[in-house]
Write a protein that binds this ligand. Structure first.
Ligand code: FES
Length: 75
């Protein structure tokens, strides 16, 4: 028997589970528990969640788009 998650992957095999945005967040698909740098656990149940990679978010570990107003790291 195919699990709902496996069924979803078969329907969308071309869609990655994790997307790294240039100078922006890491997008993760599906339910996850994210551990922050202090060991705090944060559960997400959203279809897609944005995890901050710039370290400047006001709502860590989630991206709040602050990365858009800080200098770019990549050319
Ligand atoms: S990546 Fe968006 S606020 Fe850090």
């Amino acid at each position: 028997m195919t699990s709902p998650d496996e069924a979803g992957r078969q329907e969308r095999p071309e869609q990655p589970d994790v997307i790294l945005c240039a100078d922006g967040p890491m997008l993760v698909r599906g339910d996850h528990v994210v551990q922050d740098a202090d060991g705090g656990l944060h559960r997400t149940t959203r279809p897609i969640s944005a995890i901050c990679r710039c370290g400047k978010s006001g709502v860590p570990p989630w991206c709040d788009a602050t990365h858009k107003v800080i200098p770019r790291r990549s050319a």
